[in-house]
Design a protein around this ligand. Structure first.
Ligand code: NAP
Length: 495
């Protein structure tokens, strides 16, 4: 299938391959495929066919991208906030108008079901709307010092040139969640998207260009050597910020790299979300919540419910009802309108899920449905429910990142909280109960950055998204998002 044919958003500005008039990397407002650069193949996870080729950027290309971002920095930070806001608003409008094309592109290269892809585009676009509104509301402070000796003037300045690195599981939203606040703050950026899903990032770059984002303000490059290419960018004295979304493992490597120049870091890392269902939960609400928290993106989400703790009194009914819902899901290519669970991103991802399921079963977990990879092309794994998953199962400690619901039983509230907190991660958690006092109490006792209370979805562009413990540093979205790209400047003033 030809990617340009299936998705008009990329047919005009996208790299299809050198032989097809490719334009490649997006640097300084130019599309380029520098001489001698190899190609990275983008694979359709539903069919394993090669969809497109994108350029494999080198350290030299990364330096050119930083040069472009530096060249555009002064003009962009001096652009009136109202003008920056209007451009961001235009990005929101264009993305919204092209939802269907962008959703098809995401479904194609990532494999997620179209309905999830449409949801992602709406979520991604909303970061532009929200930050268009934030761009004109960045305020400083003015106060008399308690000593009376001077006035305290605090101004918020753009932090400078930012390197942004994003994962494949939300190829649009993880990029716009960084780009929109960075631009609102007056920063220029270089984005390195994941190698598996670069087409969405490039399609969006063309859209920013059309919306009036000046050349050099956003630059995008793909590389198969993220380590050296990122290290070269972070070593450039003009770079002041690293904003990363991805695994905790790579986050640690990048924090060490960024430490060499004491760079400001925002880190959105891995999760191991507990989901707690109390006996008094509304069963239908809880089921709906679990289906969303577990199966959005076929489980390939940092906020996915990784461990589902159900109180003994409701456990059997809940397990039976969840198994019925999970077994009824339609598995297929993301681009099929009826698909509810698309393929995983790679064969390696399927292999990891298989290993985790086999491990849990070998330790005594019961398989209630799924658990067997289908034959044929595509990286598919069926919706699976495991019951009585023991606490020493590997999946209780590692992200499953797939359509596997792991159920375990608990008796008391204290026990549920202890289970929930028995992890080095602290991104999201979910609590289902009709007792609001208990819901709030338990939400506060769980050590995560976010809790869904009787809700299976926490993401909201107007709310601070982020984790505690080894799930990250900083917040994206809400009023906090733009602050990550601003530096407070204090001027002690004698009037
Ligand atoms: P990943 O392997 O950590 O990769 C993330 C990004 O880092 C990709 O662009 C990758 O490039 C790049 N990268 C890999 N090695 C690097 C290096 N040495 N230096 C610089 N960049 C490097 O994560 P993933 O598999 O794409 O994404 C899944 C993970 O992301 C999960 O752990 C999930 O929980 C987490 N996640 C967190 C959030 C959140 O908001 N907290 C949101 C979404 C996902 P290549 O693609 O070229 O390898």
């Amino acid at each position: 299938m030809n990617v340009a044919a299936i998705s008009p958003v990329i047919s005009t500005a996208m790299p299809i391959g050198p032989a097809d008039g490719a334009r490649g990397l997006y640097i300084g407002g130019q599309w380029m495929w520098p001489e001698g650069r190899a190609a990275i193949c983008v694979v359709d996870p539903s069919t394993e066919a090669v969809l497109a080729r994108v350029p494999d950027a080198t350290v030299e290309d990364a330096q050119a991208a930083i040069e472009a971002a530096a060249g555009a920095a002064e003009a962009w930070r001096s652009t009136p906030p109202r003008r920056r806001s209007e451009i961001l608003r235009r990005c929101f409008e264009l993305m919204t108008a092209r939802t269907e094309d962008l959703a098809r592109l995401i479904a194609l290269e990532n494999g997620k079901a179209l309905r999830d892809a449409r949801g992602e585009v709406a979520y991604a676009a909303d970061f532009f709307r929200w930050n268009a509104e934030e761009a004109v509301r960045i305020r400083g402070d003015f106060a008399l010092s308690p000593t009376g000796a001077n006035h305290i003037v605090v101004d918020y300045e753009p932090i400078g040139i930012c390197v942004l690195i994003t994962p494949w599981n939300f190829p649009a939203a993880m990029a716009t969640r960084k780009i929109a606040p960075a631009l609102a703050a007056g920063c220029t950026v270089v984005l390195k998207p994941a190698s598996e899903t670069p087409l969405t990032a490039y399609a969006l770059a063309a859209l920013y260009q059309e919306a009036g984002v000046p050349p050099g303000v956003v630059n995008v490059l793909t590389t198969s050597a993220p380590g050296p290419v990122t290290a070269a960018m972070l070593a450039d004295p003009r770079v002041r910020k690293l904003s990363f979304t991805g695994s905790t493992q790579i986050g640690r490597v990048l924090l060490a790299e960024a430490a060499k120049r004491v760079l400001s870091c925002s880190m959105e890392l891995g999760g191991n979300a507990p989901l707690i269902v109390f006996d008094d939960a509304d069963l239908d609400v809880a089921l709906e919540g679990v289906m969303l928290a577990k199966m959005r993106n076929a489980g390939e989400a940092c906020t996915a419910a990784n461990r589902i703790y159900v109180q003994a009194g409701i456990y059997d009914r809940f397990a039976e009802a969840l198994t019925a819902r999970m077994s009824a899901l339609k598995v297929g290519p993301g681009t099929d309108a009826s698909t509810e669970c698309g393929p995983m991103i790679t064969r390696a991802a399927v292999g990891k899920i298989e290993r985790l399921v086999d491990d849990a079963v070998s330790r005594g977990a019961k398989l209630l449905c799924g658990g067997r990879r289908p034959e044929g092309a595509g990286f598919f794994y069926p919706p699976t429910v495991l019951s009585e998953v023991p606490h020493d199962a590997v999946m209780a400690h590692e992200e499953i990142f797939g359509p596997v619901a792991a159920l375990a039983r608990f008796e008391t509230e204290d026990e549920a909280v202890a289970f929930a907190n028995a992890t080095e991660y602290g991104l999201a958690a979910y609590v289902f109960t009709q007792d609001l006092a208990r819901g709030l109490r338990v939400s506060r006792r769980i050590d995560t950055g976010m809790v869904g209370l009787n809700r299976g979805l926490v993401s909201d562009p107007a709310a601070p998204f982020g984790g505690t413990k080894q799930s990250g540093l900083g917040r994206e979205g809400g009023a906090h998002g733009v602050l990550e790209f601003l530096e407070a400047k204090y001027i002690a003033t004698r009037l």
